[in-house]
Design a protein around this ligand. Structure first.
Ligand SMILES: NC(=O)CC[C@H](N)C(=O)O
Length: 391
């Protein structure tokens, strides 16, 4: 039998590949480079999940961000094609405590070589818990990840302060697909996911707006009996309606929801004409189209254990989350819109539905990749809303 062991990144590399992270508040964290050798800047956010670094890095919603993981041992499961959430890495960079060589039967490549091949810088050897506490106390901060050895600390702090950041930025149009696509579930990867048996027939037609959609959302819609056509972020409402969908889905996506004005306008046009479901950025877009407002959370929600209450059923679910903006409760017209879900940590809005129109959305990720499967029922709720039957 092959020897199975997880090894820490070798000490010579740690000494030779010195790197640091500079934050806009002037703090510096020293470590070693474990990815591509090029400096980068981004908004530093902390994810508290214990698993899922590959899904996190390949989630397009993380565009423009440097992700730090509170779980301390990273790299142990390597990287594999089945766990990709999109076509590549979208995060700007990765910040970890201890980088490990993988030992896992599903691994096809080490995390470090994937990062390097994808031209994404990363740093190991960081006290990620201290960094997370700083972000919790000060709020999300911009950062400069210095791995090339060409920039002094003071200069890196200055550059991070100068970087434009993600407020008022439209990143959805940068990450969306460039043409209409029919989505076929990759049946070959289902066994790797523990899904066996044949798929239920897809007799309902959904058009999904791609603002940076995660593959497991596409898979979840299909597993719930919906055939999905993916359309680019700037597709006009009339072109969507011309496809005669049973329902329209608004996807997750990066950066500031107020900047995707074209999507808010299109959604406003679709309301009342076709049933709608939104997730994360899609939820924010729907809320904005209904006349609501969004604002920035202090440090966002990023992790797999956020408690949410479904106010319709009274049930509490543990959810996967990744967002920095949120719909303002007071901005929603309570004569038309119900708050369907709330976050039990900070009471923020986690879901909305409409009193008379067939639409609903959630701020969190029912497709949970990574994360718990408690909220998967929402895909069934969508199927029923667009005319499907119970399975
Ligand atoms: N995952 C998402 O769709 C994130 C939505 C939005 N970019 C936010 O940060 O709030």
């Amino acid at each position: 039998m092959k020897e199975v062991q997880s090894k820490s990144w070798d000490w010579a590399a740690k000494r030779e590949k010195k790197a640091f992270l500079a934050l806009e508040d002037g703090s510096i964290y020293h470590g070693y480079s474990i990815g591509f050798t090029r400096d980068t800047m981004g908004e530093v956010v902390s994810n508290t999940g214990m698993t899922g670094y590959q899904e996190i890095l390949s989630d397009p919603s993380y565009s423009g961000q440097l992700i730090t993981l509170t779980y301390p041992e990273i790299g142990n499961t390597g990287v594999n094609p089945a766990d990709m959430e999109s076509r590549g890495i979208f995060a700007r960079g990765l910040i970890v405590h201890d980088y490990n060589i993988h030992s896992n039967w599903r691994a096809k490549e080490p995390l470090s070589s994937w990062l390097t091949r994808s031209k994404v810088p990363a740093i190991g050897g960081i006290d990620t818990r201290a960094l997370t506490i700083r972000l919790r106390d000060k709020g999300t901060l911009k950062g400069y990840l210095a791995v090339s050895g060409s920039v002094e600390e003071e200069e890196a702090v200055r550059l991070s302060r100068k970087w434009i950041g993600l407020d008022n930025q439209d990143y959805a149009s940068r990450v969306t697909c460039n043409k209409v696509l029919q989505c076929n579930i990759e049946e070959s990867i289902l066994p790797s996911w523990g899904i066996t048996g044949s798929l239920s027939p897809a007799n309902l037609k959904v058009v999904a707006y791609d603002f940076g959609i995660k593959r497991n959302i596409l898979r979840s819609l299909r597993l719930s009996g919906m055939a999905v056509t993916l359309v680019p972020a700037k597709t006009r409402a009339s072109d969507v309606l011309a496809l005669k969908p049973d329902g329209v889905f608004l996807s997750n996506g990066p950066a500031d929801p107020t900047a995707v004005t074209y999507a808010i306008d299109a959604t406003r046009e679709l309301i009342g004409k076709v049933p709608l479901m939104g997730i994360c950025l899609g939820h924010q877009i729907l809320g904005l189209a209904l006349g609501g407002r969004t604002s920035r959370l202090k440090f966002g929600h990023h992790g797999c254990n956020h408690p949410v209450k479904d106010l319709l059923t009274g049930r509490v679910e543990i959810t996967s989350q990744n967002h920095n903006f949120s719909l303002d409760r007071d901005s929603l017209d309570s004569s038309r819109i119900d708050i369907s879900h709330i976050n039990l940590n900070d009471q923020t809005v986690e879901g909305i539905s409409h009193r008379s129109e067939p639409l609903f959305s959630v701020q969190y990720h029912p497709e949970a990749c990574p994360g718990p499967h408690d909220p998967f029922y929402l895909f069934d709720r969508f199927r029923l809303l667009i005319g499907g039957t119970k399975v």
